[in-house]
Write a protein that binds this ligand. Structure first.
Ligand SMILES: [Zn+2]
Length: 333
């Protein structure tokens, strides 16, 4: 750390000014071929100000220690989690085969690139999620008559169609899209697709297990009333970077990526390892990830990122923002 500070303190005055800090960022944010990712001036200044805790326009050795421990170390040595979402029979060739949805995408196409990543990239941990519903689950159109609709529901029970959104009575009221019966616990449809590689020591996470509320995100149900074990397991591993992919892009993958970002994880969406339901919603999912400082990449970019040899500025900025948030919390205590 001291050597790094001294190397970048070009004028040797014992402080890093913003130009010298820019030198550190140029060293950090580059790919494995040494091509530097540009950081716009506004972002650079913001990051500099986060670590300039004394707000004197300079980073001293004490401030740099925090910057090193909380920021640079993670950028160079992230703890990488591969989260493979709902690659289950029903979404590929079963009752909720996504190729019947408006985007007409083929879920089978995610198997090969996901398996290739599992074979070639050394993630710290691999997670598989399962949509895992009881037979009386609220999301099944077959179960529409089991629960009364709220008077505010835009669609009434007698003319509700597949993929419509209705509102069920309750406190809270539950807005729910209607899907065909799918991923019933312990059924063939809920099994992972047979050709998907399952690695040793993988963690399996089950969601949507409560009858009266659906769960798109692998973290929480759609009302955030209950959570899966994902959050605590990631915390136990000191995870920093979450690579998400699977089915369906604009439903469970999108909701999981949004939650990962909101919790504060550096989040990477693997575009070619996802297939979805609706093209507009896939676009919205991507926009939401980028807007919240996640990145969208193709699977052939992952290996060098996981190895810390391709370091993206968006993810560095995301981490800096999280550090800023936690410092603000400390200051309010
Ligand atoms: Zn489901």
């Amino acid at each position: 750390m001291d050597a790094c500070f001294s190397a970048f303190d070009k004028d040797g005055d014992g402080f890093l000014n913003i130009e010298e800090f820019d030198g550190i960022c140029k060293g950090l944010f580059r790919n494995d071929r040494g091509i530097v990712y540009s950081l716009d001036v506004h972002t650079l200044k913001h990051i500099f100000n986060i670590f300039d805790t004394k707000k004197d326009g300079l980073i001293d050795r004490q401030e740099f220690t925090m910057c090193w421990n909380k920021w640079i170390k993670t950028i160079i040595r992230p703890v990488n989690i591969f989260l493979i979402i709902d690659v289950q029979n029903d979404f590929i060739s079963g009752s909720l085969n996504i190729s019947n949805c408006s985007a007409q995408q083929n879920g089978l196409e995610v198997i090969e690139p996901i398996n290739h990543l599992l074979d070639t990239v050394n993630f710290d941990s691999v997670f598989y999620s399962f949509d895992w519903h009881p037979i009386d689950h609220i999301s099944f159109i077959e179960n529409l008559s089991l629960r009364p609709l709220d008077s505010s529901s835009p669609i009434k029970a007698n003319n509700a169609q597949l993929y419509d959104t209705v509102v069920f009575e309750g406190s809270p009221k539950i807005k729910q899209r209607l899907w065909p019966k799918h991923c019933v616990q312990d059924s063939w449809g809920a099994q992972l697709y047979k050709d998907l590689k399952v690695v040793d020591n993988a963690v399996k996470i089950y969601k949507g297990t409560i009858s009266d509320v659906d769960s798109y995100s692998v973290f929480w149900d759609n009302k955030k009333l209950t959570q899966t074990t994902l959050g605590t397991q990631l915390a136990k591993l000191n995870a920093t970077d979450i690579y998400v992919c699977g089915l369906a892009y604009d439903v469970c993958v999108g909701a999981t990526a949004a939650d990962a970002l909101s919790i504060g994880y550096r989040t990477i969406l693997i575009d070619d390892c996802c297939r979805g339901v609706d093209l507009n919603d896939i676009e919205k999912t991507k926009n939401n990830v980028v807007k919240n400082h996640g990145v969208i990449v193709q699977s052939n970019e992952i290996k060098t990122m996981v190895e810390g040899r391709d370091r993206r500025p968006e993810l560095g900025y995301k981490l800096a923002l999280e550090i800023e948030k936690s410092m603000e919390k400390e200051n309010y205590k």
